[in-house]
Design a binder for this molecule. Structure first.
Ligand SMILES: NC(=O)c1ccc[n+]([C@@H]2O[C@H](COP(=O)([O-])OP(=O)(O)OC[C@H]3O[C@@H](n4cnc5c(N)ncnc54)[C@H](OP(=O)(O)O)[C@@H]3O)[C@@H](O)[C@H]2O)c1
Length: 346
């Protein structure tokens, strides 16, 4: 299938490009960005920040405008700022494209799947509702906020085995989560910033939709209370989160560890190219996970969980960490598109 990346010059856009150039299902045929970049060669428009060389296949591609009439592809991956996504993603869906979006604009729309393929693959059925309601040939599917993904992926095996009544999530989020120009070095070096605009609300709301059930016409949100406190820390890549859980049913620490360790789901069964062998890797060392050591676990697609222990206030607590621009963004979105292709026979 032919695919294009919207917002291809940015932090997440580059991760898309890196992961799509050799993809077995998808052929990267176009890159698009703002009017500042359109018309330039990709190597002139994009300052390559993600290490190693910019892939040769993409260097000379001419960056296109973000306009459905200028792009020919089956799927567009969107790494656009949310305000831009709000306007253009429906235009692409209406023009017949599948839009696999990272942006927050439509995540909570009632007819848009908010997917983690290991957690709620059945929510893809919302596409039919969406297309009926909106009269689109294409569709928008979204992946969650990068902090939500790590927390909810680790909660899923616990939720299935023991239920969850309440959860606290305290994040320590890497700088790349704010984009290249995101946080000035003078603000973050030697510092922690205890505020990320809109982030806590996203973690608190998105998890309930993802763990909710789709009844054929709408999502019934999961009955969990989630409270989040989000912090920006001077780490380049990787979000680390302290999670505290009150279970809904009988639980035991060994059972929690086993549920996390053995967790596998549909992407693993289908052998999707981007799926990690184990979506959750359990670390036993007392000082893991750490972003520098654990962020590239299984190509950056697995989250690492460690320090699983009793909590004297709720029931138990642990640390989860994952790569925010891979598992939390581009890799997540590509996995969504792989799931769609394999299960809907696109
Ligand atoms: N970073 C993360 O970890 C992360 C995780 C999950 C979700 N997200 C979401 O993913 C999206 C991209 O984030 P990012 O961190 O990659 O941002 P970024 O580094 O600032 O990149 C933004 C991209 O959008 C393009 N763009 C900006 N304004 C535009 C316009 N008016 N029209 C068309 N294109 C425009 C930029 O092109 P130019 O280079 O031409 O300006 C660039 O390619 C955001 O919605 C963000 O919330 C990010």
């Amino acid at each position: 299938m032919d695919v294009a990346v919207l917002g291809a010059t940015g932090m997440v856009g580059q991760r898309f490009v890196e992961r799509l150039v050799d993809h077995p299902f998808f052929e990267l045929v176009a890159v698009a960005a703002s009017g500042r970049s359109a018309g330039k060669r990709y190597c002139e428009a994009a300052k390559w920040f993600i290490g190693e060389e910019m892939p040769a296949e993409v260097r000379d591609m001419v960056v296109k405008e973000v306009d459905p009439s200028k792009i020919k592809a089956d799927i567009v991956f969107s790494a656009l700022p949310s305000a831009v996504a709000r306007k253009v993603e429906p235009e692409f869906a209406e023009a017949g494209f599948i839009v696999a979006s990272n942006a927050s604009a439509y995540r909570m729309a009632e007819d848009v799947p908010l997917l983690i393929p290991e957690v709620n693959p059945e929510h893809l059925d919302m596409i039919e509702v969406q297309q009926d309601r909106r009269g689109w040939d294409g569709a928008i599917i979204t992946n969650p906020n990068c902090t939500t993904i790590m927390a909810v992926l680790s909660m899923k095996p616990i939720y299935d085995s023991f239920g969850i009544k309440e959860a606290f999530v305290v994040s320590m989020q890497g700088l790349s989560g704010a984009g290249y120009a995101g946080v000035p070095s003078m603000a973050i070096v030697d510092n922690v910033i205890p505020y990320i605009k809109g982030e806590e609300e996203k973690v608190e709301e998105e998890g309930l939709k993802i763990l909710g059930s789709f009844n054929g016409s709408e999502i019934e949100p999961a009955e969990i209370r989630i409270s989040a406190s989000c912090n920006r820390v001077p780490v380049l890549e990787g979000h680390t989160e302290a999670v505290f859980i009150k279970a809904a049913n009988e639980w035991g620490l060994e059972g929690v560890i086993e549920a996390l360790r053995e967790f596998k789901a549909l992407p693993q069964e289908l052998g999707l190219p981007t799926a990690p062998e184990n979506p959750v890797v359990v670390r036993e060392e007392p000082d893991r996970p750490q972003p520098r050591l654990d962020r590239y676990n299984q190509g950056g697609m697995a989250v690492a969980v460690g320090r699983i222990r009793r909590c004297p206030v709720l029931d138990f607590k642990y640390i989860v960490m994952g790569h925010n621009t891979i598992r939390g963004a581009a890799g997540a979105s590509i996995l969504n598109a792989e799931l769609l292709k394999e299960t809907r026979k696109l």
